[in-house]
Design a binder for this molecule. Structure first.
Ligand code: HL5
Ligand code: SIN
Ligand code: MN
Length: 271
């Protein structure tokens, strides 16, 4: 799959691009099964909600589950990313934010690149995020909300909040949250929008776009998988100890696109 000129222009203009139903039902089913398996793996990559043992996020599942290792080289994902970045890329971060029914908590308003500059001294915002809907996303189950065009504003903060971090396992958006006056000004200029669609849809989005999401009070889960690709020439210049491998991947070898969809490749390999 390649993006059209119109799709690329829309990504540059809005800071995100929705591609509905890019993956088939049986493919999404396999990815969900892999997620359930991965939830049972203990370790620091498994982040739970503050007050209960409910998975909030799981990092680096591609290092444990073959479906995900193949997925991130799938032509429907990697080709558009290469078109948008116009260079060799590798996976900087892989995570699944699992908002279960009746409880998945909010993700505060933030820009991703603030986190990666503060925590990893990443030189430039030469990244593309891909969100893959493991469940259908609608207005009820805590969709990601974007401020379209806000990626062209530049960085809205330079530091992380003082005091105790919300989590020691990763940098939670709470610690780099934007202020209400900042949001009010941006939204009065650009408005807000939330890409919605069936499971298997993809949303490509800029590391500089302002985004966040509300808690999930619906009876439906909202599990969202995110792969962040970085330009292979844009390596972090670690200020001290690098962050753990599960949160910022250290294999920077440029990725080669698979010839076929990820499941066909996996099943072919198993024969
Ligand atoms: N949790 C990520 C990290 O790198 C940063 C957030 O949405 C991405 C802001 O620790
Ligand atoms: C994020 O910005 O990483 C999380 C957004 C979400 O999962 O709703
Ligand atoms: Mn984010």
């Amino acid at each position: 799959m390649r993006l059209s000129k119109e799709q690329i222009d829309r990504y540059q203009e809005d800071g995100f691009l929705l591609v509905e139903s890019a993956l088939e039902g049986r493919e999404v089913e396999r990815l969900r099964e892999a997620f359930l398996r991965d939830c049972d793996v203990p370790g620091p990559q498994r982040v739970v909600e503050e007050d209960r043992d409910e998975v909030r996020a799981i990092y680096a599942s591609h290092q444990r589950q073959p479906e995900y290792a193949a997925l991130l080289r799938d032509p429907r994902i990697l080709e558009p990313v290469k078109q948008l970045l116009m260079d060799d890329v590798y996976v900087y971060q892989f995570k699944i934010n699992a908002k279960p029914a009746f409880g998945g908590e909010r993700w505060s308003w933030h820009q991703d690149y603030v986190a990666w500059r503060v925590a990893d001294a990443l030189p430039a915002p030469r990244l593309v995020n891909v969100g893959l809907f493991l469940d259908g996303v609608d207005e009820f189950n805590g969709p990601v909300v974007f401020v379209p065009g806000s990626h062209r504003t530049g960085l809205l903060r330079e530091d992380r909040r003082e005091g105790a971090a919300k989590s020691e396992q990763h940098l939670d958006p709470d610690d780099i949250a934007l202020t209400p006056p900042q949001l009010a000004a941006l939204v009065s200029e650009h408005g807000m929008t939330s890409p919605k669609g069936p499971a298997g849809s993809l949303v490509f989005f800029s590391p500089e776009i302002v985004h966040g999401s509300a808690l999930n009070m619906s009876p439906f889960a909202r599990r969202l998988l995110f792969v962040t690709y970085n330009d292979a020439a844009n390596l972090p210049s670690w200020p001290g100890e690098p962050r753990p491998e599960y949160v910022v991947c250290q294999d920077t070898t440029p990725l080669r696109t698979l010839d076929a969809p990820f499941l066909d490749t996996l099943e072919g390999a198993a024969l």
